[in-house]
Every structure is written in structure tokens, then in C-alpha cells.
Design a protein around this ligand. Structure first.
Ligand code: PLP
Length: 441
């Protein structure tokens, strides 16, 4: 590769990385699932350097977080300026401008726009915890609905909604009661063996016709939690009109819709919020990951009439950190001033390149996504669609060895979620290496 490309000077993990891995295994919780031994030391734009001096193209942005890539000058400037003024002063007990400014801005850009209130947290799971408490408090109804293969976080409430992998729940009984899971519209693998649009949204019909009639009184359901595109579940994109239908069902029984935008939000899909692709207005939206470009921040945005709980009902010491809020405002400004356009344009470019590759290789069953959130499904062959987890893992690992940082999603998918600032040239470099690896495998 030329100057712009990755540079692997020593096969990873190199000697310094090996030392860290050894110490990690001694001191860090073994509950994480790292898929390759990258020991990152620093980053610049869309590039990551490991402790042995290898240079990699970052096509995952620290799991869909670093929207502006690494060491972005605007990020550094905001962090420096705000840190000199005020690093922390708990919004639970006091007031400070960045938190109020960001709440106002989020209320302004959130789907449906008017009359929104914001609760700030530190992570996606915490934003979801807020939403769980809020829908129960507001509706006084006991049940929640969530989707199979969804991921909403790992705290006890968020985990109770999550139905992604058995290992995530194993050993943690009891989770919070009253949560029912239903099938997500995964049309490539429809569990009902139907095809869109002929199916007439049977996956929604069955909620009303079977679940509501036999096990779950709809008037006791507080909310339906959903991801506009399932993230950890495999970058699954629902068909057109799906959420319109889901909203019709929810409205019929006064059930709230909680839109988990932790992964799809803040420009990732080419719009501020993923749900904007389907044109419905949810009651509550949760955000985290890309919202503050790498600093921990989560948000739960709700219609004002819903977020009307009493002082003391919910709070967080660190939620709404002033530096993170200030950074988030800067990211929104940059998105508004052209970056969203870049995501749309370069997202389409990446999608088309991957679709071309899909045509050439039997092991690529499906390519799907919106903006810079694109999933590639690895199968044994196109006809059987049998999941090939082993090959998927090999592809991800080999790409790492060749200097491209990808991540798995779901049982057999690979996700592309690069920093939103990625250029066409960088996409070309990543795709050339990815295709080379697919060919080899
Ligand atoms: N919701 C979604 C859609 C996510 O993708 C994630 C994390 O991947 C979460 C919630 C949990 O976020 P966190 O890991 O910040 O708690």
C-alpha cells in the first residue's frame, strides 16, 4: 500500500502488544469479547496506530462512536476550552450552560421537533434505563415489548430488553419481569417464510392477533422498544412502511414507541436519526455512542408531556458532563454544516462498492444499510443462506492482519461503521483489502 494506506511493520500482536495482552488477562474483567488483539495507542482521522507502530484503517470508529474520527482539531479545541472553564458540576443539583444548550439543540433536531425534554446519562444502557423508568412512570402500565436480536445494553433493565445472544443473559436471572419479545422484520431471513411486500406485515399482525389476544393485554403494555436498524443483531434494515405500521398498532392501544438510536443516531445513517428514513415520530428517543464523539454521554429525549416526572424520580451524578455536552454541540454543528451530506454520499458509495462485491462472491449473501452503517452477511452459499460464522470471523481477523479494522455483528455479519468523516479514497483502500480477503477465503 502507498503512503495513504495501512502499514503493518510487524505482524500483530507485536511484542509490545503481547505484553499488554498478558497484563490485560491478569487485571481486566474477562467478560469482554475482543475479536482480534488490537492494542491501540493513538488515532488520527480514520487511522489507528497500535503500540508496535502498525497503522490501520478504522472502519468501526470505536464501535460506531468516533463520529469525527480521531484527534479532530475541533474536538481537541472544544475539550481544551471547556476543560479550562468547567469539567464537572453535577446537573442533578446545579445548572450549567452546556447541558441546557445541548438539551435545547437536541429538542430542536429530534424527530417531531416541538416540546421535548432531555435527560442526560453517560451511556446507551443508562439512556435506556431512563426510558424504561419513564414509560412505566408515565403510563402506569407493567409490560414492555422488545425485539428478538435487539441490543439495548447490559444493565439489568436494558439487558431485560436485549435478546441478542444467550451468553449476555446467562447467569443473570432474574431480569426485570413483564418483557415480551417479538420478531424483528429481518426480511432476508423471514421467520414466517414470507416475502415482502406480499407478507402484508404478518410480523406485526401476529402481535395483535396472537400475542395481544392470548398472553399480553395491550392496554397493559407501556411501550415498544425498537432499533430503527438492528445494530448488534446484524445491521438489519426493516422494509419501507414497517414503522408506520408499527406506529398504527401502538397508537391503537396507546402504547408508547421508544426509538433506540444509540447506534443509528447522530448522523450515522445519513440523517440525524435513523427513524427519519421511515418518517414516523416516536415518543421517546435514546442516544449515546456518536453523540459526543468519544466522550461518554447518553441522552433520553421525550415528549414534554411524557417527561413530566417529579423532582427526585431520576438523576445521575455524571450525566450531562459539560465537556461532553459542549463537544456534542460542536458535532451537531459540523453535521449540519455538510458532514451529514458526506455521510449520505460516501455511504451510498460504500454500499454500491459492497453490492458489486456481493455479486462476485458466493459467500456474500446480503449487503444492506443506510448511510455509513452497512452490514455484510457471510453465508455458505447464496442459495442455502446458511450462516457462516467461521468464515465471517476469518475475514474480520485477516482484515485486521492486513490493516483494516472491522467488527462482526449478529451471528454471521460484518459491520462497516467508519468515522463519518471518511473520504472516498479511504473507502477505496478499505474495500480493496476487504475484497482481497474475501477472495482469498
Ligand atoms: N442500544 C443500542 C442500539 C446499542 O447498539 C448499544 C451498544 O452497542 C446500547 C444500547 C448500549 O450502549 P452502551 O454500551 O453505551 O451502554
Amino acid at each position: 500500500m502507498g503512503k495513504l494506506g495501512p502499514f503493518i511493520k510487524i505482524k500483530p500482536p507485536g511484542p509490545k502488544a503481547k505484553e499488554y495482552l498478558e497484563r490485560d488477562s491478569k487485571y481486566i474483567s474477562p467478560s469482554y469479547t475482543r475479536v482480534y488483539p488490537l492494542v491501540a495507542e493513538r488515532g488520527e482521522g480514520c487511522w489507528i496506530y497500535d503500540v508496535d507502530g502498525n497503522k490501520y484503517l478504522d472502519l468501526n470508529a470505536g464501535v460506531a462512536v468516533c463520529a469525527l474520527g480521531h484527534s479532530h482539531p475541533e474536538i481537541l479545541k472544544v475539550i481544551e476550552e471547556q476543560s479550562k472553564k468547567l469539567i464537572h458540576y453535577s446537573g442533578t443539583d446545579f445548572y450549567y450552560p452546556p447541558e441546557i444548550d445541548l438539551a435545547e439543540k437536541l429538542a430542536e433536531i429530534s424527530p417531531g421537533a416541538k416540546n421535548r425534554k432531555v435527560f442526560f446519562a453517560n451511556s446507551g444502557a443508562e439512556a435506556i434505563e431512563c426510558a424504561i423508568k419513564l414509560v412505566k412512570y408515565h403510563t402506569n402500565r407493567p409490560y414492555l415489548i422488545s425485539f428478538y436480536s435487539s441490543f439495548h445494553g447490559r444493565t439489568m433493565g436494558a439487558l431485560s430488553l436485549t435478546a441478542s445472544r444467550e451468553i449476555q443473559r446467562k447467569g443473570f436471572y432474574s431480569l426485570i419481569p413483564g418483557i415480551y419479545h417479538v420478531y424483528y422484520p429481518y426480511c432476508y431471513r423471514c421467520v414466517f417464510n414470507l416475502s415482502y411486500p406480499k407478507c402484508n406485515f404478518y410480523c406485526i399482525e401476529i402481535i395483535e392477533e396472537t400475542i395481544f389476544k392470548k398472553v399480553l393485554p395491550p392496554e397493559e403494555v407501556a411501550a415498544i422498544f425498537f432499533e430503527p436498524i438492528q445494530g448488534e443483531g446484524g445491521y438489519v434494515v426493516p422494509p419501507e412502511n414497517y414503522f408506520k405500521k408499527l406506529k398504527e398498532l401502538a397508537d391503537k392501544y396507546d402504547i408508547l414507541l421508544v426509538d433506540d438510536e444509540v447506534q443509528t443516531g447522530m448522523g450515522r445513517t445519513g440523517k440525524f436519526f435513523g427513524i427519519e428514513h421511515w418518517g414516523i415520530i416516536p415518543d421517546i428517543v435514546t442516544l449515546a455512542k456518536g453523540i459526543a464523539g468519544g466522550l461518554p454521554l447518553g441522552a433520553c429525549i421525550a415528549k414534554s408531556g411524557i417527561m413530566s416526572w417529579k423532582p427526585g424520580s431520576h438523576a445521575s451524578t455524571f450525566g450531562g458532563n459539560p465537556v461532553a455536552c459542549k463537544l456534542s454541540l460542536k458535532i451537531i454543528e459540523i453535521l449540519e454544516n455538510g458532514l451529514l451530506e458526506n455521510v449520505k454520499k460516501n455511504g451510498e458509495y460504500l454500499l454500491n462498492l459492497l453490492k458489486e462485491i456481493e455479486k462476485k462472491y458466493e459467500i456474500i449473501g446480503d449487503v444492506r444499510g443506510k448511510g455509513l452503517m452497512i452490514g455484510v452477511e457471510i453465508v455458505k452459499d447464496k442459495k442455502s443462506k446458511e450462516r457462516d460464522k467461521e468464515k465471517r470471523n476469518k475475514i474480520v481477523y485477516k482484515c485486521f492482519e492486513k490493516g483494516v479494522l472491522l467488527l462482526p455483528a449478529g451471528e454471521n455479519c460484518i459491520r462497516f461503521c467508519p468515522p463519518l468523516i471518511i473520504s472516498k479514497e479511504e473507502i477505496d483502500i478499505g474495500i480493496e483489502i476487504f475484497e482481497g480477503v474475501v477472495k482469498e477465503i
